[in-house]
Design a protein around this ligand. Structure first.
Ligand code: ATP
Length: 246
């Protein structure tokens, strides 16, 4: 990177664990540097707000990256969006036309191909972000049944899983370095170019209640979703809301 020395990322691969995010969160305060933890099988994958991420051995790529930022927590709200851009870019490099759904999903043909879950732990001199990623390499019937019809998998032979993982790690490390230096602004335009639902009618759900609805515009430089509603343009914070198409 032009902005400073590259960080060395320690890579760890385990056969099975509950949640790679939970494992790195527990270790974060004592980590000496960035760690990529890959699980061949993850038995209790997490999503936002206590939801779960389903996976199956050989059908899923599940990993988390621990990365420290010298920033305050409010400055990290755009991180899932920057991570989404990095993941979509790595997928594009492997020939997969991934799109982004605000705030934290990666879609392929309108269905969910990958999820991003960011959890944080305070350190003495900054904040550890644990960036958890799950990607469906395939959807065997038993897995598809657990998720429902809303999931997508990578097209066969898009890339060998190890090559995809290498592309993802490189893209993420570059993006996280840039995000640490300059925040979300350098990613906004690219995110909007990858936006799956630009111009489409959406509803913002907050605990099942419709909080806003209108045409999705895109994100602003702080990662809020802009919506053209009947009351004019509104900006929505990600918090714990979910987005649906109407
Ligand atoms: P929403 O799409 O409602 O906004 P979210 O973006 O908050 O949800 P996450 O917390 O990122 O979702 O992920 C958990 C949700 O993703 C689950 O509730 C389930 O609907 C869906 N899901 C779980 N496992 C998979 C998978 N392997 N592939 C696709 N979707 C999955």
């Amino acid at each position: 990177s032009a902005t400073g020395p590259a960080r060395q990322v320690a890579i760890e691969i385990v056969d099975e664990t509950g949640s790679t995010n939970a494992d790195l969160l527990a270790r974060a305060p004592g980590l000496a540097g960035p760690v990529l933890l890959v699980a061949r099988s993850q038995t209790a994958g997490r999503g936002r707000a206590g939801r779960s991420w389903q996976s199956a051995p050989d059908a899923s790529l599940t990993f988390s990256l621990a990365w420290k930022f010298d920033r305050a927590l409010p400055q990290l709200v755009g991180l899932p969006l920057a991570a989404g851009v990095a993941i979509a870019d790595a997928l594009h490099a492997c020939g997969v036309d991934a799109r982004l759904k605000w705030p934290n999903d990666v879609l392929l043909d309108e269905r969910k191909l990958a999820g991003i879950l960011i959890e944080t732990a305070a350190a003495r001199d900054g904040i550890w972000a644990i960036i958890g990623i799950g990607i469906n390499l395939a959807l065997p019937p038993a897995l598809a049944e657990r998720i429902g019809a809303t999931a997508a998998a990578l097209p066969q032979l898009a890339a060998a899983p190890d090559d995809l993982l290498a592309a993802l790690l490189n893209a993420l490390a570059r993006a996280l370095t840039e995000f640490g230096d300059a925040g979300l602004a350098p990613f906004t335009q690219r995110w909007n170019a990858l936006h799956a639902w630009a111009g489409q009618q959406v509803r913002v759900l907050d605990h099942g209640q419709v909080r806003q609805q209108g045409a999705a515009v895109g994100i602003d430089d702080s990662g809020r979703l802009l919506i053209d509603s009947a009351d004019g343009r509104v900006a929505v914070l990600s918090g714990d809301v979910s987005l649906r198409r109407t």
